[in-house]
Design a binder for this molecule. Sequence first.
Ligand SMILES: *[C@@H]1O[C@H](CO)[C@@H](O)[C@H](O)[C@H]1NC(C)=O
Ligand SMILES: *[C@@H]1O[C@H](CO)[C@@H](O)[C@H](O)[C@H]1NC(C)=O
Length: 247
Amino acid sequence: MTKPIVLSAALALLLPLLAVSSSVVDFDYFYLVQQWPGAQCGTKRGCCFPDAAKPAADFGIHGLWPQYLSCRPAAGADAFAIVDGPPRKKCWPANCDDRDPLSLLQIRDLLPELERNWPTLSCKKGATYMDFWSHEWRKHGTCSGFDQHGYFEASLALKARHNLTAILAGAGIVPSDEATYHLSGVRDAIREATEVNATVECSKDASGAAQLYQVYLCVAADGSGRLIDCPPPVNRKCADKIKLPPF
Ligand SMILES: *[C@@H]1O[C@H](CO)[C@@H](O)[C@H](O)[C@H]1NC(C)=O
Ligand SMILES: *[C@@H]1O[C@H](CO)[C@@H](O)[C@H](O)[C@H]1NC(C)=O
């Protein structure tokens, strides 16, 4: 599909929704989390191509996640809160409306773009792309202020606007079995292209070397689509030198 996704239109949906919705969830910013597929394949978990052909060697969306700037003590109804070591803390809102399951009909026009840009590499039996999108919508999307279509459209638009694969390649950071790259070089390349500091997360490959796994771009909560500097910690489990394994 070549139809461009219009960012401003997608994000313009947010403000009216926030204004009229009675179940507004307050949060401080979004993470747009993208995964490097080569990093998942090189771990113990492995990777599979559940209900589609092998995806492109491109970053894929994990999700658009509303976040709190500081974690809050979790209580009572927040039993679903993220456990961050005792005492229980809630660092982001989650599962804000379980009566609003994702409907394929709502995102039908986005399916080609979603399949290309938001794949899952899950090896779980029976895993499908739709399961992944439903999970992200249920857990994070229902707290985002977007409706179903707006949530996926805004995520796709943000990804298209900040193409990490192209940004890294432009700095000579390309997938390779042999090369290692300075973490600072990865961070600099992203900052030069986006003008903000991202959060970078690594995982370990089969030999224990750090590899680029996920990049978190921080997005203002105001619906403008504007990127902001990510709050610390901006380095999750990365060493000074990291790999970008081929996919
Ligand atoms: C991102 O850039 C890469 C490398 O230039 C390209 O192959 C890919 O199609 C781009 N992705 C999107 C979603 O435009
Ligand atoms: C962004 O990262 C650079 C390099 O690590 C650092 O010097 C700068 O202070 C950071 N900016 C913000 C706003 O955190």
